[in-house]
Write a protein that binds this ligand. Structure first.
Ligand code: ADP
Ligand code: MG
Length: 208
């Protein structure tokens, strides 16, 4: 069965850095009505630093790759999203220690550990208009696709994240800066759910 090699995972994160650079304005515009207009800048800066680290010293296994991403995001991204994505990648890395590739089951385990850590750190549950609303459906989709080929499962996870992202529009924010707006947060797509979808879409479409 196909697996996620260290090379594939490295390529994913390098391409994600380009995606986030291109999406910088869009993500920052989403963060304007319900935030402080910095999500695009935060993500682009964090992943540009990730790209520099990975190019300078390509990690030898997926565990050290994910750990490098985590430490870099934590140290370079101001704002809520840095520690939250950092926690995701750090907890995910603990399930990939020493592994040079991940099966679908192993990636699902990493993803679950990452999401559990992120939710604990942010004290967030699904339905609160955060990145969790894209990531939690993606995890469910990965689990539901356990018997399917890897690429199909990754595509299902990206599709679930897209749905979860759009489904944040009618929600009232309960966590983060957007929650300060109360009912006025309704009617806007969450920026963090949008960056989460971008990341998962790129993992599913390495060449796209
Ligand atoms: P900040 O809110 O500090 O300016 P960003 O703009 O980079 O940070 O990120 C905002 C995004 O972070 C939100 O759109 C939301 O998805 C996510 N977020 C904020 N607080 C939380 C939380 N407690 N739990 C999960 N996600 C959160
Ligand atoms: Mg912000």
């Amino acid at each position: 069965m196909a697996a996620l090699s260290t090379d594939r995972m490295t390529t994913w994160l390098l391409q994600a850095a380009d995606d986030l650079e291109q999406a910088k304005t869009m993500l920052t515009e989403l963060d304007t009505p319900i935030g402080d207009s910095d999500h695009g800048v935060n993500m682009a800066r964090g992943f540009a630093a990730v790209r520099d680290k990975l190019r300078a010293a390509p990690p030898a296994d997926v565990g050290s790759l994910l750990k490098t991403v985590a430490m870099t995001l934590i140290s370079t991204v101001g704002g809520a999203s840095g520690p939250l994505y950092g926690t995701f990648f750090l907890q995910a890395s603990t399930k990939a220690t020493g592994k040079t590739s991940l099966t679908l089951a192993e990636w699902t385990e990493c993803f679950e550990a990452g999401l559990t850590g992120l939710m604990a750190r942010g004290k967030a549950q699904p339905g609160e208009k955060t990145m969790v609303d894209a990531l939690a459906p993606a995890l469910e989709a990965l689990k539901a696709a356990a018997a399917q080929p890897l690429e199909q499962a990754l595509a299902a996870a990206a599709a679930a994240a897209a749905q979860g992202m759009v489904a944040t529009i009618p929600l009232q924010a309960r966590k983060g800066r957007a929650s300060y707006l109360g009912e006025r947060s309704i009617g806007h797509q969450d920026p963090g759910a949008t960056s989460s979808h971008l990341l998962l879409r790129r993992l599913a479409e390495p060449a796209g």
